[in-house]
Design a protein around this ligand. Structure first.
Ligand code: ZN
Length: 129
């Protein structure tokens, strides 16, 4: 049987899945980046509006499983207001800590898709400066 803490986190994930935060498009994004997870069919496109090196606003659109979409919702909430340098320091454990449930290896790419999208977007934005 599931522990009550675990079912609480699962509910938290379902809440983000059903009512995603920061969902939609920005009118004046500094950069956007799309990532695809062929293992599960998940898609995430993040749009980032920078003010100097601060993430002033961020949004995402996507489709796929609850883990991928809830993770994007939580992760975009988490990094809004952070600097590019701070976001670069975030890793898989930062994202898994937000989700706070056990992620099987098969679902790992689902959970990390939004992290990859943001990091790759930053890399390309820096390369194109
Ligand atoms: Zn997935």
């Amino acid at each position: 049987m599931e522990s009550s803490a675990e079912s609480m986190y699962r509910e938290h994930i379902m809440d983000h899945f059903k009512n995603p935060r920061n969902y939609g498009h920005l009118t004046n994004a500094s950069f956007k980046h799309k990532e695809f997870n062929p293992l599960c069919g998940d898609e995430i496109t993040v749009e980032v509006k920078l003010n100097k090196d601060i993430i002033e606003d961020i949004s995402f659109v996507g489709r796929g499983c609850s883990i991928s979409q809830a993770s994007a919702s939580m992760f975009t909430e988490e990094i809004k207001g952070k600097t590019i340098q701070e976001v670069k320091l975030l890793d898989r454990d930062s994202v898994l800590g937000l989700l706070n449930i056990e992620i099987t290896p098969v679902r790992l790419k689902c959970a990390l898709l939004s992290l990859f999208a943001v990091k790759e977007g930053i890399k390309q934005w820096e390369g194109g400066k």
